[in-house]
Each structure stands twice: as C-alpha cells, then as structure tokens.
Design a protein around this ligand. Structure first.
Ligand code: GZL
Length: 366
C-alpha cells in the first residue's frame, strides 16, 4: 500500500538522490544491449510523483547461480529506498509453491507492483488473476510465463535463440576443426524453466538437422553441485564415448569441469571435449579466456533498471512494451570464426558476431 512520507523526508530524499545520482531519468526500456545500464542514474524520478513510497513485491527464483546473484542485486539497486521504493524481496529457493505463496502474500500486503522471475513457466494463471482482481500490476523478468498473459510487461531473453546460436556455433566450429563425429552430453537447467526449455529445444533443432548424437540430457538445476553430480555420472556411464559437453549455465560448467578433471577427461580448446556454456558471467568468461570453455552464450541478468523504468512509465500513466528482449553477445575462446548465421525463433535469418574474450570483456561482465 502506498505510504505517504512527510514532505521534509521527501525533500531530503530528493536532495540525496539528486546529489548521488545526478537525477538522470531512466532510459526507455527497449531491446537493450548487454551492458547497457538503462536508468542507472534514475535519481528522484523513481519516487512517486505525489510523494508516496512505491512498494514493490519481488518473488525471485532463488540463489542458485552467479547469474541469479547479479539479477537480484540489479533489482535491489533499481528499487532502493533512496529512489523512493520499499522493496519486499522473497528468495523462493527454487520452490514453485513457495513462489506462488509469496505472490499471494504481496496481494495481502497490498503492494503497488509485483515483480516475478518465474521458476517454471506454467501454473500461473490463477494467481495472476488474483493480482488482476486486486488491481496490482505484475511485471515478469527473465524467465517467461507461458500459460497466462495477465501481466503488464516482460523483460528477458530469447532462450530458444541462445540454444540455436550454440548449435550453429558448434556446427561451424566442428567444421573448422575437422571434427566430423559429434557425440554430445547435455546438462540441462532447472526442468520446466523457460531457460531450460528454450536452450534445450534450440540446440536440439540444430542437432537433429545435423544428425548429431545426443547421448544423454539430464537436469543439473543450474547449480555447480548439480553440474558436477551429473558429469560424474556421465563420466562413468559414457566413458570414452563423448567429445562435446553442453552446460546450460556457467555454474553447471564449473561443476562439470571439476568432475571431468577428476575423471582424467580434458576439455576446452584442442582437448578431448568441446565445452559449451551459457550465461557468460565474469568467471565463465575467464574460463573462456583460458581456453577451458570453448564458447559461452550470454544471458543478460541486469534487468532491474528496465523494470524500474516500466514502473515509472506506469506511474506516469504511459503505455509500456509487453515484451523487452535483451540483446546478448556470443563469446568464444578462439579467433577462427567471425560470426554465425542461422534462422532465429522469429523465423529471421540473422548473422551474429562472435566475440573473442579479452580481459576487458571478462572484467566488464557481471
Ligand atoms: C536465465 C536464468 C537462468 C540462468 C541461470 O535467464 O533464468 O537461471 O541461465 C539461472 O544461471 O540460474
């Protein structure tokens, strides 16, 4: 519920904000580029025009990865008290039932806005209808909700394209390296999440078209432990049979690297196994730079300012985009392919640059 703060506090608040942030307003949320920090100096515009504090309930997936840590900080920074917000944050610890309950509690608390990063993409229409009945706008970030459109806006990534890009890169890379027979093991992200679904389907579309063998594909839950456990099992079950490992996020790749090292399997540039990852967090890019990870497909997590920009537009009675896609670079260890060309999920033929990781790139990542 919007709470009025006394004028004096607001003046002080605005003074601090203007000095601290320069008072720049948020950029318009758009299909921004990785690294763009829309609205980083949002300043006093973030406070509601009538002096109220804006309460925002945020139901976050959990704390499973470097990506998630960056995502959480991005939202907490965007909806900070000095910008006129009261952020009610719930870490749902990868528990879908707990996430639904968190949203219901936000409704009971009569927050002004609800932000959801949905653990899984289905089972949402009932609770989103309750939000709609309560007159509370819902903004979805990162993963998608696929069984309801009762939200005002979504900001995130096209996961299918991430999978298509990874498969296309592998096709061109294997060709360039003279590797004709690809036997692939996949460590998937949390089952039922749109990130896992999109990356799996996108990569499999290329694998099927190329006739590759996917020996196995198991859930590593986007965690380092999960990646290590699945890879330990793979090293036993498929010893000597595989030459590609696809991890659906960097933390799984870190665990898989530990497991392969323990099993005496080498990975990376010109090694036994080609290692592919997603997210391109700082540590992931450092492993690309060292040649331990051959390619890392970025998924951009810093969506907090895009989300705050949407709130500000709604506060001002403006219309907002229903979807805002992040644009994300594809990082590689070697300078042997300049780009990849594929048909994306929108049916467009696209050519996208491959970025060889440098110190600057890895240090600039999240
Ligand atoms: C993708 C995001 C995924 C990341 C993982 O947008 O939801 O969840 O790829 C994170 O690192 O755990």
């Amino acid at each position: 519920m919007k709470k009025r703060i006394v004028a004096g506090m607001l003046t002080a608040l605005m003074a601090v904000s203007m000095v601290g942030c320069g008072g720049a307003s948020s950029d318009t949320a758009d299909s921004g580029n990785a690294g763009s920090d829309a609205g980083a100096d949002a300043g006093t515009e973030e406070a509601a025009a009538d002096g109220d504090v804006i309460t925002v309930g945020f139901a976050q997936v959990g704390h499973e990865s470097d990506w998630r840590t960056a995502s959480t900080k991005s939202v907490q920074d965007a909806f900070s008290a000095d910008k006129g917000y009261d952020l009610q944050f719930v870490d749902c610890d990868n528990d879908s039932a707990a996430q639904i309950e968190a949203v219901r509690q936000f409704i009971q608390d009569d927050v002004d806005y609800i932000v959801i990063d949905p653990i899984v993409s289905t089972g949402w229409d009932t609770v989103l209808t309750e939000c709609e009945d309560a007159g509370i706008p819902v903004i979805v970030i990162d993963r998608t909700i696929d069984d309801s459109d009762k939200y005002v806006s979504w900001v995130g990534s096209e996961f299918m394209n991430e999978g298509l890009a990874a498969g296309t890169w592998l096709k061109d890379y294997a060709e360039a390296k003279g590797i004709s027979d690809l036997n692939i093991l996949v460590i998937e992200g949390s089952n039922g999440s749109s990130a896992q679904i999109g990356r799996t389907d996108g990569f499999k579309k290329i694998a099927d078209a190329e006739g590759w063998t996917i020996l196995d594909s198991q859930d590593g839950n986007f965690t380092q432990d999960g990646g290590q456990q699945v890879m330990e099992s793979y090293c036993k079950s498929y010893e000597g049979q595989f030459n590609v490992v696809v991890c659906q996020n960097d933390n799984e790749a870190f665990g898989a690297m530990d497991a392969m090292t323990a099993a005496g399997v080498s990975y990376g540039v010109d090694k036994d196994v080609i290692l592919i990852s997603f997210d391109a967090c700082k540590s992931g890019l450092e492993f690309v730079q060292s040649g331990d990870i051959n390619a890392d497909f970025m998924c951009y997590p810093l969506q907090g300012e895009y989300c705050a920009d949407i709130v500000q537009k709604l506060e001002a009675g403006e219309t907002v985009e229903k979807q805002t896609f992040m644009t994300e670079p594809w990082y590689v260890a070697e300078d042997i392919l300049p780009s990849i060309t594929y048909t994306n999920n929108a049916g467009e033929e696209v050519t996208e640059e491959l970025v060889v990781v440098t110190d600057a790139a890895s240090q600039a990542s999240y």
